[in-house]
Design a protein around this ligand. Structure first.
Ligand code: DAH
Length: 358
């Protein structure tokens, strides 16, 4: 009995001292395994007479159960400790900034749109959206482009198959139909920008069948050309992040505005490098004008009471100018190396006060 008691104490002490699951398993094999010491004592039972065998067997079973329970308890402790250690090691500090490489980059078109929206939002413009599949009325007629008007040919329109009554829907050729939808839905004063995709059946070095525009519209009782100029000059300086950019309003024609102008900004092309805001060259960046009375009438507004201005510009074009992207078509190649090079850090949202681009 003495040897059993001391063996029990020895094994339980070894269980308590096992510092790892591997150590513990060694202890288990040494006591309860096929050649273990307790198993060895069990094997000796056969040589005892019946009464002694029963007593000894009972005592051995008690010790065996005790040892097995101690091993099980120690195993749970060791496993818990191992899990705690792993959790502590793998802990994530959610207050750390993300690694930008892991989450991709913002496409220059998205970035440029966000920048333009941030600038106009700062001036009190809301964002408006409209459908990309439009009808003839919103894309053309209401914008003072009646059927047979030559401007329709210039738009290279993608038409959808005709309906039974002969009318056809189309992919909007510009964001200007959002002006019409906004005036139909909201009472003045109106101050919106409408960014979005536009489509024309045209594809070469400087045209892609799908491209992006942003449209602006302001309607109120006393809006005049001075407001248009002030607003767009402010926009140009903020967007290109240079003060005192030379800006030129060059008379032009759009059916939906009268008078109409195209806006050019000063630039230099010295040594083949384009610098905005300096030099004696000019670059056209957008179209604008005072909303034509026929457009107001088409939207149910009285031109004797309301007037306003509108403008529209191509996102790809101003993105290329600002970020020195030489080829339009690369915008749509989905080339990862290009995106890494020209893309922007995500979560770094452009704001006028915090900085537009970094
Ligand atoms: N819709 C014109 C285009 O796609 C751009 C434009 C010019 C929009 C003048 C306007 C504007 O609102 O006033 O070419």
């Amino acid at each position: 009995m003495d040897t059993l008691a001391s063996l029990r104490d020895e094994v339980l002490a070894a269980v308590g001292a096992a510092g790892s699951l591997a150590d513990l398993d060694e202890v288990r094999v040494g006591a309860l395994g096929k050649k273990g010491r307790l198993t060895g004592l069990m094997k000796e039972l056969g040589g005892l007479d019946p009464e002694a065998r029963r007593m000894r067997g009972q005592a051995l079973n008690v010790v065996k159960d005790e040892v097995a329970a101690a091993i099980e308890a120690r195993k749970t402790d060791l496993e818990d400790a191992a899990l705690d250690a792993r959790l502590a090691q793998e802990g994530i500090d959610v207050t750390l900034p993300p690694r930008p490489d892991g989450v991709g980059t913002i496409h220059p078109i998205s970035q440029t749109m966000d920048e333009v929206i941030a600038i106009f939002a700062q001036m009190g413009f809301a964002v408006a959206e409209g459908p990309e599949i439009e009808d003839d009325f919103h894309n053309f007629t209401a914008l003072n482009i009646p059927p047979e008007h030559p401007a329709r040919q210039m738009h290279d329109t993608f038409y959808l198959p005709p309906h039974a009554d002969g009318t056809r829907h189309l992919l909007r050729t510009h964001t200007s139909p959002v002006q019409i939808r906004t005036m139909q839905e909201q009472a003045p004063p109106i101050r919106i920008v409408a960014p979005g995709r536009t489509y024309r059946c045209d594809s070469d070095m400087t045209h892609t069948p799908m491209f992006h525009q942003i449209e602006g519209l302001v309607i109120d009782r006393s809006t005049h050309f001075g407001h248009l100029k002030g607003c767009l000059i402010e926009f140009v300086e903020t967007f290109f992040e240079v003060s005192e950019v030379p800006v030129r309003f060059r008379p032009s024609f759009f059916p939906f505005t009268e008078p109409s102008a195209e806006v050019d900004i000063g630039c230099s092309r010295k040594g083949g490098e384009l610098t905005i805001g300096a030099g004696d060259g000019w670059l056209e960046i957008l179209g604008c004008g005072m909303v034509h009375p026929n457009v107001l009438i088409a939207c149910g507004l009285d031109p004797a009471v309301y007037q306003g201005f509108a403008f529209g510009m191509g996102i790809e074009r101003i993105a290329m100018l600002k970020y020195g992207i030489p080829d339009l078509r690369t915008f749509f190649d989905a080339d990862l190396r290009w995106l890494k090079h020209y893309g922007f850090v995500p979560l770094d949202l452009p704001t006028v006060t915090g900085g537009l681009s970094r």
